[in-house]
Design a protein around this ligand. Structure first.
Ligand code: ZN
Length: 95
């Protein structure tokens, strides 16, 4: 278990939307507006086989301006019960 470090400047939380890359089983988190450069950023969220929630948390902004925390928007998420065809060809999607 990690110690709780109280850093003087905690990274800012940004709200993300889970997206499915068209034609693939690859999920990613879309940051609507970067707190540093105000651009849209994307972060790999694994595949449908994994748990995208595991990819939430502190990450480095792709623009290189610093870290932020990927967080879900404070609204209830409706889970879609639809399950696509399972593909075992996606082993690991680690960057
Ligand atoms: Zn940025």
């Amino acid at each position: 278990m990690a110690k709780k470090n109280r850093q003087p400047s905690a990274p800012q939380e940004v709200y993300v939307d889970l997206m499915l890359m068209p034609g693939t089983k690859v999920l990613f988190w879309a940051v609507a507006e970067c707190p540093y450069c105000e651009a849209r950023h994307y972060h790999p969220a694994g595949t449908e086989r994994g748990d995208p929630g595991e990819r939430l948390g502190e990450v480095q902004a792709p623009c290189g301006n610093g870290p932020y925390i990927l967080a879900l928007q404070p609204r209830p998420l409706r889970k879609k019960g639809k399950k696509g065809k399972r593909r075992d060809s996606w082993d690991d999607f680690d960057e």
